[in-house]
Design a protein. Sequence first.
Length: 320
Amino acid sequence: MDPIILVLGDFIFQDMEIPESINFGGAQLLSVKKLIGGGRVIDAMGKDPDPPQWSGTFFPSLFDSALDRALVIQGMKDSGLPLLLSYDQILLMVLISKFEPDYQLGHIPYKITLEVLDDLTAPVSINPFSDITAVITADVNSIVSLAAAVNSAIISNTVTNFAAQVAAVASFDNASYSDVAPIIQAASAALTAVDLLSATTDTTLSSVSTPGGIMPSTSPAANLAAFEAQLAANNQQTGLVQLQGLFGRVIQNLNQANSSERTITVGGGNLYDVAAKQYGDPTAWVLIAQANGLTDPTLAGITVLTIPPYNNSSGGVLTS
């Protein structure tokens, strides 16, 4: 089974931090009018997503302590800012409503509850006969053009970083986990910036109470500034909506890239280095060893290796 990449904002969950299950879905809000004689008129008022919630455990990583990682989530909760939640094909804009870490020696079990602002999940658009690299590249080119039209420094910076990481990967056909994970993180950061600006433009446009926003009691200069702000927000809004859709599709397509076995040829070396390069996790050498019937991580001569999809629960222990 392929690993699920669980990302909240720009935080990528690892190992035991990833739960076995995350709920999604919810209700359809219905207005039910009961008529004389038993008839009913039911109006569908829109979706009412259930709050996603799960639990896991923070352990020390190669670079961070368990407390360091828990404090990152605590800070995200305290900020009260909208965040992108991405796992498998699910894509949600959320707020952290509750984060409950339980400090214990060496590890920190936690529970987290989110509220859904918007469900951005959409059908994955990859045609099975199309080139995934070409599909992703085309969407990235569209994102770059739209970001320039939106004319926001923050969005421009995050999109530039995202596009540069995509360009660094020659092909996404059976791309490695270490290729895909940082790109998804960069896409999530860019989408968060898009959603924040979208919320700002919505606020600007909803504040209009008179035609053109012109207030008779306000100075001409103030009226002109208000009108220009509303015009800019209106011009940005269409591009922002398109960016949200494109980022959602790109993230879903990236999540499917690391989906099958592939082979590589190496000259000597060891499986630790191969796993670090392919997965960004040297302890996952056991996955490669088991896929190739090896017990010794040292490689001699020219070797063709099968590289299975990344599974971050390998634990670095090779069992017979």
